[in-house]
Design a binder for this molecule. Structure first.
Ligand SMILES: C[S@@+](CC[C@H](N)C(=O)[O-])C[C@H]1O[C@@H](n2cnc3c(N)ncnc32)[C@H](O)[C@@H]1O
Length: 189
């Protein structure tokens, strides 16, 4: 299970300022156009984080909703989106909305944080429960054979803005028999 603490959420956007959210959004839109069998007006993002993807959907005219386990990430999302409603702190496996969505996304390998098969099955069942008929659920994940042929390594990333400098050291520990990579972050701010 991921632990995106309030502290980490404060530096998340800085740490991922090089992520191409717009490119990802265009890629996702192409897939929606290819696979959705209904007109798409609403989007739910599971593991929405600080709301970067939802903001692009919102600006494109979609009604947006998000779920995240971390209150810190969600409060950044609420501020970034200028929206309070439909941004819910809950687990992917058991969030509940009283409506369905035309598209559900879960991006930047949120599903890879579900390291138990039972939990993963609940996430799929819950997504299915909230997906309108003819809609699409789009997600990405760490592909096991690729991880094993290109093993995660210890890395250091340094970033700064006008106010702070952040150094993050990432130390992966492989649990081969469990098909799990434990990724530890050490932050110096
Ligand atoms: C790498 S971040 C990705 C955030 C966002 N999708 C993005 O592209 O920037 C992973 C997010 O998934 C959330 N998350 C991880 N496991 C979760 C779970 N079981 N239920 C809900 N959110 C979860 C974390 O709190 C974190 O905000």
């Amino acid at each position: 299970m991921a632990n995106f603490s309030n502290l980490y959420s404060r530096y998340y956007d800085l740490l991922y300022q090089d992520k191409d959210y717009l490119g990802e959004f265009q890629y996702v839109q192409n897939h929606i156009a290819a696979f959705a069998k209904i007109p798409v007006k609403s989007v739910l993002d599971i593991g929405c984080g600080t709301g970067k993807t939802l903001k692009l959907f919102k600006e494109a005219g979609y009604a947006v909703a998000g779920v995240d386990l971390s209150e810190g990430m969600l409060s950044a999302a609420r501020q970034y989106l200028g929206q309070e409603e439909d941004l819910v702190c809950a687990r992917a496996a058991d969030f509940k909305f009283e409506k369905k969505f035309d598209v559900i996304t879960s991006l930047f390998h949120v599903l890879s944080y579900q390291t138990e098969n039972g939990e993963l099955e609940k996430v799929f069942a819950n997504a299915a429960q909230h997906l309108a008929e003819g809609g699409v659920f789009l997600f990405d994940f760490w592909y096991g054979p690729a991880v094993l042929s290109d093993l995660p390594t210890t890395r250091t990333k340094k970033l700064e803005n006008a106010e702070i400098k952040v150094t993050r050291q990432t130390t992966p520990i492989m649990h081969y028999n469990d098909n799990i990579v434990e990724v530890n972050f050490d932050l110096a701010i």
